[in-house]
Design a protein. Structure first.
Length: 224
């Protein structure tokens, strides 16, 4: 009963901050059903995977610009449209587009913090890896479709266009942003005089700097 009252209160409080995702058909783009992808990791119409950042929704702490903070909210991110979707009425409820959110943080062993930041003059949803008073280091996630490379014949099974994930890293200072790579020259750029120490840290701890979790560890080491 308490849980039902909580969800009712949460839904009412969000009424000024969300736009209903409308019907399933209205969410279709390029024959991908966003609503179904949010709930089920869609595998239909020759498409495998989902345009959303996560194959399955995650739970997060969500902060709205008005100051309200809500715990344990199922969410997903649609990188193509820079939108956050939430579900407030269970897994079968219609996803809602969340407006006027300030930040969200995943509820997991290694929490991920997401915010809107300016990248190349445009507001993008990014994962915050490290920040201080002078600058921020972020990961920009995207999803893209890859077509099958093998021609279909009588001996091959079903083939799908498959959604893959891509991640790029940026250094932000004020409204200025610059992409940096995860190769040796890119690490030298962000590590400066700590380059040798950073390379030793990567080797001794088996760090994978091309992954956001690895880059986060590296940045924390460089700036401590």
């Amino acid at each position: 009963m308490v849980k039902k009252v909580y969800w009712l209160t949460f839904s009412l409080m969000l009424s000024l901050h969300v736009v209903n995702a409308q019907s399933v058909s209205s969410l279709k783009q390029n024959e991908v059903d966003y609503g179904r992808a949010f709930r089920f990791n869609a595998k239909s119409d020759g498409v495998k995977g989902t345009p959303f950042l996560y194959d399955e929704p995650k739970s997060a702490k969500v902060s709205l610009k008005g100051g309200k903070v809500y715990e344990d909210i199922p969410f997903n991110i649609l990188p193509e449209k820079e939108e956050v979707y939430i579900q407030t009425g269970g897994v079968e409820s219609e996803p809602l587009v969340l407006k006027n959110w300030e930040w969200l943080q995943t509820l997991e062993d290694e929490p991920k913090l997401f915010r809107m930041e300016y990248i190349d003059g445009k507001q993008r949803i990014v994962e915050i890896l490290f920040e201080n008073d002078k600058e921020k280091f972020v990961a920009l996630h995207s999803k893209y479709l890859v077509e099958p490379t093998v021609l279909k014949d009588g001996y091959t099974g079903p083939q799908y266009d498959t959604y893959k994930q891509s991640t790029r890293f940026y250094r932000i200072s004020g409204l200025s942003s610059k992409e940096f790579k995860t190769n040796n020259s890119g690490i030298k750029e962000i590590a400066g005089p700590k380059y040798n120490e950073a390379m030793a840290f990567i080797k001794s701890n088996n760090i994978k700097p091309d992954r956001p979790s690895g880059m986060k560890q590296l940045l924390e080491m460089i700036h401590r």
